[in-house]
Write a protein that binds this ligand. Structure first.
Ligand SMILES: Cc1ncc(C[n+]2csc(CCOP(=O)(O)OP(=O)(O)O)c2C)c(N)n1
Ligand SMILES: [Mg+2]
Length: 191
C-alpha cells in the first residue's frame, strides 16, 4: 500500500521545527494547508527546479535544515541536479522524493519507466551521502527524526499514492515573488 502524501506531509509539519520547506507540484496545495507559514517556498512554475532552489537555500542558511518535497517527473526532468547537489554537498539538505509514478499535476500521464525508476541508486551514484526508500507510513515516522538531522545531502524515495489536490485543481497560494520576499523577511528577522 502506497503512503498517502498528505499523511507524510502532516508528519513532517509536526517534526520540521524551523526547517525551510520547498514543496513542488502536488505537495504544494496540501503543504499550504498544513503549514501556512513564511518558511516555505513553493516551486510550481519551474518544473524540476525545487531541488536546485533547495540547494541554494541550504548553502545560504547552513545552520538551518532545508527540506525539498520533489516530484518524480520533476526530478527526471532535471536529473543533473542530483550531481550538482552531491558536488556542493550541503550537510543540511534533505531531499524527499514523492514517487507516484506519474505526472499527476498535468493529468497523471506515466513518467518514463513508471514506478521502476530507482532514484535511490541514482542519488547514490551521483554522490549523495545517503539515500534509501520508504514504503510504509510507520517506517517513515520512525525514521523522520534522523532524516532531519543526518548529514546531507540525503535523498529519501517515498512510495506514495496520488494527492487529493493538484496545483491545477487548487490554484490558491501566494505568488512566487511574494513568497521570496516573505522568506527573506523571516530569515532576516531571525538574524
Ligand atoms: C518544462 C515544463 N514542462 C512541462 C510542464 C507541465 N507540467 C506541470 S506539472 C507536470 C508534472 C509534474 O509531475 P511530478 O513532478 O511527478 O509531480 P506530481 O504532479 O506527480 O506531484 C508537468 C508535466 C512544466 N510545468 N514545465
Ligand atoms: Mg509524480
Amino acid at each position: 500500500m502506497a503512503m498517502k502524501p498528505e499523511d507524510v506531509l502532516r508528519a513532517i509539519a509536526a517534526a520540521r521545527g524551523d526547517a525551510i520547506c520547498v514543496p513542488t507540484m502536488t505537495t504544494s496545495p496540501a503543504w499550504r494547508t498544513l503549514a501556512p507559514d513564511d518558511l516555505s517556498i513553493g516551486c510550481v512554475g519551474f518544473m524540476g527546479g525545487a531541488s536546485s532552489l533547495g540547494l541554494g537555500l541550504a548553502l545560504a542558511t547552513p545552520t538551518r535544515r532545508v527540506i525539498v518535497f520533489d516530484g518524480d517527473g520533476s526530478l527526471l526532468m532535471q536529473l543533473g541536479s542530483l550531481a550538482t547537489i552531491a558536488g556542493a554537498a550541503p550537510r543540511n539538505l534533505t531531499h524527499l522524493l514523492f514517487k507516484n509514478g506519474v505526472y499527476h499535476t498535468s493529468g497523471a500521464q506515466e513518467i518514463p519507466g513508471g514506478l521502476t525508476v530507482d532514484f535511490v541508486t541514482m542519488a547514490k551514484g551521483a554522490g549523495y551521502r545517503k539515500a534509501y526508500a520508504v514504503t510504509e507510513l510507520d517506517d517513515f515516522k520512525r525514521r523522520l527524526p534522523s532524516m532531519l538531522t543526518d548529514e546531507g545531502p540525503l535523498l529519501v524515495e517515498l512510495h506514495t499514492g496520488l494527492a487529493d489536490k493538484t496545483p491545477m485543481t487548487d490554484r490558491s497560494g501566494v505568488p512566487f515573488n511574494q513568497q521570496v520576499d516573505n522568506l527573506r523577511t523571516r530569515l532576516t528577522k531571525a538574524g
